[in-house]
Design a protein around this ligand. Structure first.
Ligand code: PRX
Length: 631
């Protein structure tokens, strides 16, 4: 078992140990797992070349640690709980023993289809039990899984399948999201037609949608599983063998396939889960992210299962059948740790408060957020209405590239502070850099956030393009990993992520982060969300252009614009006045809920021919609306 941090003094002690003797620190944690062969050396690295090896020479299979250990010790404990899209449908539970059998069966099916160690398998599934089972079945036989969020378009899926040369695609006849059924199989057909690497498409029956099946290529999964044996020897993997590829969009160019490896990822996913959520035996843990994102990989599947936890998966959306759904699910299962995104919190906070007050949320002990800066108003709403002022909020900062949470309060140890992710986890060495590449020392400073020492779950490369990995992350500040984010470090040494550094706009010589301006706008009671971008201005260099989503368009726009600027002036300063405010019905978002500023910047500057691919957006239809309403 991983030892949990018990209090603030313990956190400091653990942190110091992890810095003084990193190899000893991580070896002690790694020893709590089952290894088929112990490592020869804990760490070998050269950050200039982006070469990092953890637990060198160690052999293991992550599924033995996620499943076999617990199937032997606590076979009847529930590993995974599934809450279906429709609250009236029956939920499912899978115990650790059942998970063992089901993963092995699918692993045997994959083998029978010719999948071997090192082959890539694309998983394009909704949030149903076959999704984590597919992930683990790949890991069981050493195949590299590449999960693609089942909301991406056929062209986005195709480029990911081709980039990794996937041999198999696992999908379903359809996916349910609220009152919609998504035609997944049809999307896969469009994605893989004449893609030569794909030999077989395995299809799960879920929505009973009628689908076309290619006789040579497509197979229903269930009959194959029914015939498969329930045991499958785990493949012996080198600690540095790839475990998965997960694509993340770059600021430019094609998506980057971040490669995570078996040993280090396992150790860090397990360690960070335990510390950040302070999971206790018999707790029910729920992360509302999709498995298609790193949050889902590390904190729905691997982190919880490595700790023998019970992890809940939710198939639906927060607005169906109404905006009380999250709170209803928490009450239904007695959820103890709840982890979601600021974008969800902001939407839910705008709903009538009866929707949250009518449910019993007293089981909650820790509530978390991830994915973007959480604004002060949303933080307080979450604290008051969901945590009832008694649950620490873990504002967790990490990235697809970091594999696991890097900055977060340790609940019940670290005093929280709205909008601050607080301190790094043990083993994480943060530095702030000035534009000349010097480390900024001291407190109450801000700069570009870098990490100066390897941690076990860092991505090792970009699939097929190591040079791009070096160029993107290790060349701005040689010898350091550059996160691409800016951060403050306050008096207490707390970190507050201020957003991507490319979101800084210089107006009349002042550096303005867009996040605090948007926070001020979002505090206005009529505002749902906002995004501020820069447009060239003759005198100031840049002017600010705000896109502001409101519910009620009957308001006097000029008056509302003045009110918003008064809010900004009061909270950020008159220098941050937004020159143009365009009122919108919605903002273009990525599938993970991030506002696509790139598109908004182009609309604001009138660069409409270069909008790029909008097909992967959550809501591509709103782009047209925004273009029409341009000021
Ligand atoms: O800008 C930071 C923001 O999300 C980026 C990473 O995005 P992605 O790889 O999609 O992973 C999201 C889930 C980990 C970061 O570079 N970000 C993530 N968490 C926070 C955050 N910004 C502020 N506060 C956070 N807690």
């Amino acid at each position: 078992m991983i030892q949990r941090i018990t209090d603030l003094r313990d956190y400091f002690k653990q942190y110091d140990k992890s810095i003084q003797e990193p190899e000893k620190f991580w070896a002690k944690i790694a020893k709590t797992f089952t290894w088929q062969k112990k490592w020869d050396k804990v760490l070998k690295y050269n950050l200039h070349q982006a070469e990092v090896n953890w637990f060198v020479g160690g052999k293991l299979n992550i599924t033995e640690n996620c499943i076999d250990r617990h199937a032997a010790d606590t076979p009847d404990k529930v590993a995974l709980l599934f809450e279906p899209n429709n609250p009236n449908d029956a939920p499912t539970k899978i115990t650790y023993f059942e998970l063992y059998e089901q993963v092995n069966q699918l692993a045997n099916v994959l083998k029978a289809q010719g999948v071997q160690k090192g082959d890539r398998v694309c998983i394009y599934l909704p949030m149903i039990s076959q999704l984590p089972i597919s992930v683990l079945a790949c890991a069981r036989i050493g195949a590299i899984h590449s999960v693609v969020f089942a909301g991406f378009s056929a062209s986005a899926l195709r480029s990911r399948i081709e980039d990794a040369a996937c041999k198999i695609v696992i999908t379903a006849d359809g996916g349910k999201r609220g009152d919609k059924v998504i035609d997944l199989k049809n999307i896969v057909d469009n994605a893989v037609n004449d893609v030569s690497c794909v030999e077989c498409v395995l299809v799960v029956k879920h929505t009973q949608t009628k689908v076309a099946m290619d006789e040579l290529r497509d197979k229903w999964l269930e009959p194959l599983i029914d015939r498969a044996a329930k045991t499958c020897e785990p493949e012996m993997m080198d600690a540095e063998d790839p475990l998965f590829i997960l694509y993340t969009s770059g600021s430019t160019g094609k998506p980057k396939g971040m490669v995570h490896t078996c040993g280090g990822y396992m150790v860090y996913a397990a360690y960070s889960f335990q510390q950040v959520f302070q999971y206790e035996e018999n707790d029910i843990y729920w992360c509302s992210a999709d498995v298609g994102w790193i949050t889902g990989h590390s904190y729905i599947i691997y982190g919880p299962l490595l700790n023998g936890a019970t992890s809940l998966l939710f198939e639906g959306v927060p607005s169906f059948p109404d905006y009380g759904r999250f709170w209803q699910v928490i009450e239904k299962y007695g959820v103890n740790q709840f982890y979601t995104a600021p974008t969800a919190i902001r939407v839910l906070a705008k709903q009538p408060s009866e929707l949250v007050e009518k449910y019993d949320l007293s089981s909650l002990k820790v509530i978390g957020t991830v994915g973007e800066p959480i604004n002060e108003e949303a933080w307080h709403w979450y604290d008051k209405h969901v945590g009832k002022g008694k649950c620490p909020i873990v504002d967790t900062w990490f990235q697809t590239e970091t594999g696991g949470i890097m900055i977060s309060p340790i609940p019940y140890s670290t005093p929280t502070k709205p909008t601050f992710a607080t301190w790094p986890l043990p083993g994480v060495q943060l530095v702030l850099m000035d534009p000349e590449g010097n480390e900024i020392q001291g407190k109450s400073v801000d700069g570009n956030l870098c990490i100066s020492f390897p941690w076990p779950s860092m991505a090792r490369t970009i699939w097929g393009d190591h040079q791009r990995y070096i160029d993107t992350y290790f060349s701005a500040y040689p010898g350091y990993y550059f996160t691409g984010d800016g951060s403050l470090r306050d008096q207490e040494g707390y970190y507050r992520i201020t957003g991507r550094v490319d979101d800084v706009i210089i107006v009349s010589g002042h550096n303005l982060g867009t996040a605090p301006i948007e926070d001020a706008i979002n505090e206005h009671p009529l505002v749902i969300e906002s995004a501020v971008v820069g447009v060239p201005h003759d005198i100031k260099g840049n002017a600010l252009y705000g896109f502001v989503t409101i519910n009620d368009h009957s308001q006097d726009k000029e008056q509302l614009t003045n009110e918003l600027n008064a809010y900004i002036s009061e909270r950020v300063g008159p220098i941050a006045k937004v020159d143009y405010i365009q009122f919108t019905n919605g903002l273009p978002k990525t599938r993970s809920g991030k506002i696509m500023r790139r598109i908004l910047r182009k609309v604001a500057t009138g660069d409409l021919n270069q909008l790029g691919d909008t097909s992967t957006l959550l809501n591509p239809e709103c782009v047209e609306d925004i273009i029409k309403g341009k000021l």
